[in-house]
Design a protein around this ligand. Structure first.
Ligand code: AKG
Ligand code: FE2
Length: 226
């Protein structure tokens, strides 16, 4: 018997069994993600986005970081934000989907296609999204947490896309560790182009310290219900 059979996503999956609509516009990558989420509440996909987009987004985040556009990330809710270096040390910039360049638009087009698929085939009811760039310089990390810091129960799926250099190695640190419901640590190397999707309210996770001078680059976001 599955330990989390009554959680939000699994309920959606059960409803899904009765939908014939799944077969219209069937997408194998999306189906793999949905199956992973159903089985283990997270999924790791390496070629969700085309590689030219990863390269362009990497250039983009580096330009913004060098222009000092990213700010120290805070914790807590919006009215009570505190910067707590002992908890997280990354620099972020929120992306406004209504004001994007061509590269960011290509990114959002793909995200929106995925969201439409989830809503159509799993009745997931995703209505809102929020995404930010994140840079973790040497020595920074993000302690074990759930993605519900901002008192926001609407966050359902977390999505992290790594924009690291193609020469990124395991010695750089900065692994994402996801703690499964059996409290088993799953270590994910932040390889360029890798996308990690997990259930925001269910799985605790942490970013291990970045050990080398190579900055750890990503876009992190949340798919939210009403
Ligand atoms: O960058 C990652 O791998 C995870 C980031 C994260 O957990 C967060 O921003 O909430
Ligand atoms: Fe997180």
């Amino acid at each position: 018997m599955h330990a989390f059979q009554n959680n939000w996503l699994v309920k959606k999956m059960q409803e899904r069994l009765i939908s014939d609509d799944i077969f219209a516009g069937y997408n194998q990558t999306y189906e793999t993600i949905i199956e992973d989420l159903q089985n283990k509440h997270f999924s790791v996909v390496d070629h969700f986005f085309p590689s030219h987009l990863i390269i362009s987004l990497q250039k983009e985040i580096l330009i913004k970081y060098q222009a000092d556009d990213l700010k120290k990330a805070a914790i807590g809710n919006k009215t009570n934000e505190i910067i707590e270096k002992e908890i997280r040390g990354d620099f972020i910039q929120w992306i406004n989907e209504n004001n994007v360049n061509d590269i960011e638009k290509e990114y959002f087009d793909k995200i929106n296609d995925f969201v439409t698929y989830l809503n159509r085939t799993c009745f997931m009811g995703i209505l809102h999204k929020e995404f930010h760039y994140a840079v973790y310089p040497k020595g920074t990390f993000y302690q074990r947490h759930l993605d519900t810091f901002q008192n926001d129960q609407r966050r359902k799926l977390s999505m992290v896309l790594y924009l690291n250099d193609e020469n990124w190695t395991i010695d750089n640190g900065g692994e994402l560790v996801i703690y499964t419901k059996e409290n088993k640590a799953e270590t994910i190397i932040p390889l360029p182009g890798r996308l990690v999707i997990f259930e925001s309210q269910l799985l605790e996770h942490e970013v291990k310290p970045v050990l080398k001078n190579e900055k750890r680059l990503s876009i992190t976001g949340w798919l939210k219900t009403r």
